[in-house]
Design a protein around this ligand. Structure first.
Ligand SMILES: O=c1ccn([C@H]2C[C@H](O)[C@@H](COP(=O)(O)OP(=O)(O)OP(=O)(O)O)O2)c(=O)[nH]1
Ligand SMILES: [Mg+2]
Length: 150
């Protein structure tokens, strides 16, 4: 089963299926399902916006919810848990958390394309405890240990 199966929820009689804006798009755009009217997110606040769909993902995949670059750069509209993780066994309503990190209130209207969803492969390795790890050139260096210029 390779398909992504969307189930339309009762509060969503009208929204088109999430879709790829261009043939090569990595993410399908997800729309806000706000039949009761627009939602305004004040600066610094988070809103949980319904999409009006539940989903069944192919096995060993996840759906990553990511911000849209235009909304992020023009309005500071971020996905605070980005990339949001929709598990393959989740059957509830897909929701999108949006953080207004911009200086102005931002209003989301019904059917606005507010985020994008990328389907990604998931690995589930065995989880084991060990007492030693292999040596590497990096070792324990991290958090800027290799510098910035050259
Ligand atoms: O942006 C998101 C992120 C998550 N979910 C749904 C699907 C996902 O499978 C479930 C749980 O997400 P996650 O594991 O990130 O949240 P949690 O805080 O760990 O909750 P849980 O204890 O239910 O796993 O919530 C969404 O609808 N949108
Ligand atoms: Mg979880």
């Amino acid at each position: 089963m390779n398909d992504v199966r969307f189930k339309r929820l009762p509060e969503n009689p009208d929204l088109p299926l999430p879709s790829y804006a261009t043939p090569g798009a990595a993410g399908m755009d997800m729309r806000a399902c706000l039949p009761e009217g627009p939602v305004t997110i004040e600066p610094g606040r988070i809103a949980l916006i319904p999409t009006g769909f539940a989903v069944e993902l192919p096995s060993a995949t996840e759906m990553q919810i990511r911000p849209r670059s235009g909304l992020a750069t023009k309005h500071g509209l971020l996905v605070p848990n980005s990339p949001g993780t929709v598990d393959e066994d989740y059957r509830g309503p897909i929701k999108i958390a949006l953080l207004n990190a911009g200086p102005d209130a931002y209003t989301i209207n019904h059917a606005d394309r507010i985020a994008q969803a990328v389907i990604a492969d998931v690995r589930r390795p065995r989880i084991i405890e060990v007492t030693t790890l292999s040596d590497t050139e990096r070792g324990a260096g991290g958090f800027g240990s290799t510098g910035i210029k050259d």
